[in-house]
Design a protein around this ligand. Structure first.
Ligand code: NAP
Length: 283
């Protein structure tokens, strides 16, 4: 996805995957800076560890409490900081790390574009309170959903997320509740990992909630392309979407942060499809 995006922008950059032990993250980031990397993406568990390693935190990283995108920046002879991707190496007098988070906005952008739902004022049932569920809950509150129902296998974690919304989204005017709603919802959002493997249980309790009461269903899981949850939602008449758009948009936003250019989303989506669903044809 990133290499396709960089090629479409005519950038002579390459995106590579590196496995880094959490205990060596600091050294790995320093090494990337020394090698004049333009930036890096981080995944679990590095997103949280990197927070305190950044020289500068963007509002997005501070707000969502995690860094998934780092931009290396160089200081020029006048003391101004610029993205390293646009600097000649001999102009760089020092390098710093600037941390961002592009995950949270990607969730709402994908839900909006892939299900056609307007989230402001919507009633949402959110399944899961792990890393992704927590960020989704906070971002949905900021988006102004009118009701947010939180369900998690370990209920205390859903309660913690509810408390965090109270602390960090103080002007939030909607209602947050633990458990299943009685009436209809606009969206049921799976942010659990139940469904990644065949034989996994459903992420919700079908006795307490009937998918026929939801207008749309979104599963953050994108492989398999249709989980048992999404299949059941489709059979119940819901509009459905999987998490591929979320993956796409967090990456597109990262490329924009590194390059300062508008990401070529069409080319990036096509590359994602080819690599995530090699057995399928067409986008
Ligand atoms: P995580 O922090 O490990 O959280 C896992 C969540 O799933 C927890 O809420 C956990 O409940 C729940 N869970 C696990 N097994 C379950 C089961 N058998 N039944 C019910 N609930 C179960 O993981 P995460 O980072 O939040 O990721 C969650 C999902 O989102 C994963 O499937 C991941 O692939 C997906 N994701 C997708 C994208 C994307 O770009 N599309 C990005 C990030 C994550 P407990 O608290 O009770 O353990």
């Amino acid at each position: 996805m990133q290499n396709a995006g960089m090629a479409a922008l005519g950038l002579d950059w390459r995106y590579v995957a590196c496995e880094v032990r959490p205990s060596e993250l600091r050294e790995a980031l320093a090494g990337a800076a020394a090698m004049r990397f333009v930036g890096v993406n981080l995944t679990v568990p590095h997103k949280l560890l990197a927070l305190e390693m950044m020289d500068v935190l963007d509002e997005s990283a501070r707000r969502w409490g995690a860094v998934n995108t780092v931009r290396f920046e160089g200081r020029d002879g006048d003391g101004a900081w610029w993205p390293l991707g646009g600097m000649a190496d001999d102009a760089v007098t020092a390098v710093r790390m600037h941390g961002f988070n592009t995950d949270a906005d990607a969730i709402v952008r994908s839900i909006r574009e892939d299900t056609g739902l307007s989230l402001t004022g919507a009633k949402v049932l959110l399944l899961g309170a792990g890393g992704a569920g927590r960020v989704a809950a906070l971002r949905l509150a900021v988006e102004g959903v009118s009701e947010l129902w939180l369900v998690n296998r370990t209920e205390s974690k859903a309660a913690e997320v509810m408390a965090e919304i109270g602390r960090t989204v103080p002007g939030y005017g909607g209602r947050v509740r633990l458990g299943y709603p009685e009436g209809r919802v606009d969206l049921v959002l799976n942010a659990t990992s139940a469904g990644l493997k065949s034989g996994d249980p459903m992420p919700y309790d079908s006795v307490q909630f009937d998918l026929g009461r939801a207008t749309a269903a979104y599963d953050m899981i994108y492989r398999p392309a249709e989980t048992a949850f999404l299949g059941a939602a489709r059979a119940a008449g819901c509009r459905t979407a999987n998490g591929l758009g979320m993956l796409l948009y967090q990456g597109a936003a990262a490329l924009e942060i590194w390059s300062g250019r508008v990401a070529p989303v069409v080319e990036m989506r096509a590359a994602l499809w080819t690599h995530v669903y090699p057995e399928r044809k067409g986008v």
